[in-house]
Design a protein around this ligand. Structure first.
Ligand code: MN
Length: 255
């Protein structure tokens, strides 16, 4: 039996003459921890470049060959992607990556393949379906806790409250609250039409997990499952989330 093929969206290093690595040429990259987590239950993991339209290869060709897609974390979403101007230059994000990921995710959804958004990917999912983001949580959410600390990075964590009846509640029966890591300064503001909240940060109600309702399988989490360490009992166990994602991919492959 062939193994599932799961694509992971690429982080982009744009051309930069000042960067010595590869003489400043444009690069795709992927954190190893992400590849290892996505592949931790036996799926094959592939970094997905943008479709080479000039060579006649469309994003639909890519989607048809994959069984599922993980939208990886990384740089900020550009506010212009959801119709706003950046309120600070440093919050301009990467519109090129937004367009690449949204085209890929639309093709996957059209092909009825499951999509799992991680951190930035969870935000991209909301934006692709018509929602908006907070450009900076501390600036836009009064009384918000710190969701990103550059020094402790993935060691920062906080509690979330799981919405009763949500997919997360099903995966973690009997758990109302659970602890997740937190490495983000943007967050969902206006929820996309058709999206439902699966979890919020307990102190400030920042949205931490969503699901796109309907026949398609599309979910997002604001935390980083790939940064959780096996046996760290403090944090949420994300293995059940990956299992459900892969089962959805498997079920669609067989149908
Ligand atoms: Mn958080």
């Amino acid at each position: 039996m062939r193994r599932l093929r799961i694509g992971v969206s690429a982080c982009l290093f744009h051309a930069d003459r000042g960067r010595p690595v590869f003489n400043g040429k444009p690069l795709y990259y992927l954190e190893r921890s992400m590849a290892r987590w996505v592949g931790s239950q036996g799926a094959l993991v592939y970094l997905v470049p943008d479709a080479a339209e000039a060579d006649g290869i469309t994003v639909m060709d890519v989607a048809e060959d994959l069984d599922g897609l993980v939208l990886a974390g990384g740089v900020d979403v550009c506010p212009r992607t959801y119709g706003e101007e950046p309120t600070r230059p440093e919050w301009s994000g990467d519109a090129v990556r937004d367009a690449y990921e949204i085209a890929l995710l639309r093709a996957m959804v059209d092909a009825d393949k499951p999509v799992l958004g991680i951190c930035r990917g969870h935000q991209v999912l909301n934006v692709a379906f018509g929602g908006t983001l907070h450009q900076d949580i501390l600036e836009e959410v009064p009384g918000a806790r710190v969701h990103r600390d550059a020094v402790v990075y993935d060691q920062l964590s906080h509690e979330i409250r799981i919405e009763p009846g949500s997919w997360l509640a099903r995966l973690h029966p009997g758990r109302e609250t659970i602890t997740v890591n937190s490495v983000h300064h943007q967050a969902i503001d206006r929820l996309a039409e058709g999206a439902v909240v699966a979890a919020r940060s307990t102190e400030d109600l920042v949205i931490e997990a969503i699901e796109i309702r309907g026949p398609r399988w599309a979910r997002g989490v604001q935390w980083h499952p790939e940064f959780a360490y096996p046996g760290d009992g403090r944090l949420i166990d994300d293995a059940p989330m990956l299992t459900e994602f892969l089962q959805a991919a498997e079920a669609r492959r067989r149908s």
